[in-house]
Design a protein around this ligand. Structure first.
Ligand SMILES: Nc1ncnc2c1ncn2[C@@H]1O[C@H](COP(=O)(O)OP(=O)(O)OP(=O)(O)O)[C@@H](O)[C@H]1O
Length: 264
């Protein structure tokens, strides 16, 4: 059986006034059903481009993107997305923001069922009691929690997370990592997470994919051999420390700087 997400030897160049800008060149990535892939790489290497291809918002110049074995040729409703900026609609309550994908994907679903589904998720992420607030009445971390609920409310096959925790302070970010872990326990999904934070990639990922500098190819894949039910403390243990060290070296290589030299 094919993996749920299969990206094979994808190449893509943007057309710019200065000529084609090659962004992806030989990117291969495979994510089994239910797994969580974290993607890291130098700034501007093509990570968001990868998410657009998986979401079907763009087609690659060459190579293939398949979900459940079928080529992705257009946007799919079975994909959920969350971004660094939660883009919640200010004229809707938090509850009605979370419900929005159901209005599109399941227009015949009775409102009470939509509300029940949204409330189940809001409860899970600690936002019960805030459902009637407007987005501007919530903190950045709370808005991002609501945005995660909205991304999974319609039970997407694939969840694409493009730096959703990037704008949060460290403590809030770690809280959100744990929320993400809890959501996954309750609501199994297959995810691709784009991040600049190596600790985040090790805490949340089953695999960490390191992309090379632009044009990006798959440079290295780390299988995160840690228990599925991780606590933040695990990041301070030697095994995670070794993984972080290795990933840091891989990023340096991707940046064309070579591995870090140990102090004598
Ligand atoms: N629509 C577009 N047209 C032309 N160039 C683009 C377009 N979108 C992105 N690019 C360029 O392609 C390159 C890769 O962009 P992309 O956003 O995929 O990288 P990224 O790895 O997600 O970046 P970052 O780490 O900074 O978030 C960048 O140089 C960017 O300027």
């Amino acid at each position: 059986m094919p993996d749920l997400i299969e990206i094979t030897d994808v190449r893509h160049a943007y057309k710019t006034p200065a000529g084609p800008l090659p962004v992806l060149d030989g990117l291969t990535l495979s994510v089994p059903e239910g797994a969580f892939a974290a993607v890291v790489g130098p700034s501007g290497c093509g990570k968001s481009t990868l998410t657009r291809l998986v979401a079907g918002l763009m087609r690659p110049d060459a190579g293939e993107v398949r979900l459940h074995g079928s080529p992705v040729t257009s946007p799919r409703s079975t994909v959920g997305m969350a971004f660094q900026n939660p883009v919640l609609l200010e004229w809707r309550s938090i509850l009605d923001n979370v419900i929005l994908p159901l209005e599109i994907v399941a227009p015949r679903m009775p409102r009470r069922d939509r509300v029940a589904r949204a409330m189940e998720l809001l409860d899970l992420v600690g936002l019960a009691g805030f459902e009637n607030k407007r987005p501007s009445e919530l903190s950045g971390g709370m808005r991002q929690r609501a945005s995660l609920c909205r991304a999974i409310v319609h039970r997407p096959e694939v969840l694409i997370l493009d730096e959703p925790f990037g704008a949060l302070d460290n403590f809030t970010r770690e809280d959100l990592w744990q929320t993400m872990r809890d959501l996954r326990r309750q609501e199994p999904f297959t995810a691709i997470l784009i991040t600049h934070d190596l600790r985040e990639s090790v805490f949340l990922g089953d695999q960490v994919v390191v992309l090379s500098g632009r044009p990006a190819r798959t440079q290295y894949v780390l299988d995160v051999d840690l228990p599925a039910d991780r606590e933040i403390d695990i990041l301070y243990q030697p095994k995670a420390g070794e993984m972080l060290h290795l990933l840091r070296d891989q990023i340096r290589i991707a940046q064309g700087r070579g591995p870090a030299q140990e102090a004598a």
